[in-house]
Design a binder for this molecule. Sequence first.
Ligand code: HEM
Length: 450
Amino acid sequence: MNITTIPGPKGLPITGNLLAFRRDPLQFLREASKEHGDVAHFRFGPSRHVYLISNPDMIKEILVTKQSHFRKAKGLQVARAVVGDGILTSEGKKHMRQRRLMQPAFHRDRIATYGDSMVQQARQLMEEWQDGTVRDVHEDMMKVTLAIITETMFGKGLKEGTDRIAHAIDVGLKYVSTKASSIIDIPLNVPTASNRQFLESAELLDKTIYAIIDERRKEGDQGKTDLLAMLLAARDEDDGEGMTDEQVRDEVMTIFVAGHETTANTMSWIWYLLATHPQAEQKLWAELDEVLAGRLPTVADIPRLKYVSMIINETLRLYPAAWTLNREVTEPVEIGGRTYNPGDTLMMSQYVMHRDDRYYENPDEFKPERFDGDLLKQIPTYAYFPFGGGPRVCIGNNFALMEAALLLATFAQEYRFRLADPGKPVEAEPLVTLRPKNGLMMKLEARSRS
Ligand code: HEM
């Protein structure tokens, strides 16, 4: 079939489907896929052709077998203002080299050493909590995941203080997030208040990060095992070269950007789903009481926390923090028997695929038990891909799963979370990541174990 004849939702003459998409991206994509099947065509503006691909075999072709015909799509360019040319934004050979250099730092055994700090950060946050109070739990989850990634990166005892760095990162991330979703693109050199604030925090961050790198290079790592030490020690197998200061800076920022909000969102959706599914909550408590009996969890406990892991998988299915992946064609490529041309955008939506009734019974229902058994072996690989796939699969996937398990076990042992206003639905807001719109106000109730 000629691709110009691929059907899709009707659009307007100039803007095409852009406004309908912006109005409600999740609904728009879901309907397009339901109505038009494996490939739906639409337009963003007069000439940007977008194809929503909802077939797991085709998704595999795009992400894995034919990935060299694509690059990441435009949306990510905004992120470059913060992360430069790090592993998330770089392409081709540069990406491959950086990926090779960084991979060992994310090995399962290596990241296991960060488990205690994750639990300690959770405990520290709980010191601010009190029985019966109402809090924005989403803000809390952002705070704890940021503290974790900061300590993982720089270790303890930073001279500059993790709080200041965390604040500057927060400003940078908020900027990227608002900019990526705003319709009017105001260039960075226009002195608006938000541009000024962003540039100031970017400067502070740069200064701080370069100063830390400089100090480490001079003093050596002195036995430090944090992520920065790993990045500074990494050497390419082929040429024995390490990273320049600028590359290390870009990768540090990349890890902050990619490795914090995604996990925070996942945690927030977990609290929301548990609050609205008391049976699952009961099963979770039974497991925590049996495996941990009140003590703090460790990495070694995770394999026995089976229901915890089912809850995380099911939450990533219903509310995948990365709700869509986009790729732009760089050279003509055939996918599923059709040829796509340079400039075409192919969109693969986890949100759409994870709620497809071809693969999941009652797909909108929260049912962690569906992961008890071999569901993931029965369905095609790319019917469930919260962490993407192929050479650009999330490098932090094990880190994220471990962090989510430890945070869930630590918090849920001590508290139950109730929606502050159960009558008010919590909406999903698909910005750069899928998060609860307007935060997540919840009432904390201290748990008393029997
Ligand atoms: C639940 C949490 C997370 C989710 C759902 C998630 C999801 C993803 C997805 C879907 C991609 C692929 C993007 C693409 O192909 O366009 C990705 C890439 C990436 N993620 Fe994650 N992520 C999570 C947590 C983390 C954490 C904790 C870290 C670091 C500590 C991290 C670091 C990265 C990096 C560096 C990349 C770029 C990899 C590359 O292009 O080679 N992520 N993530």
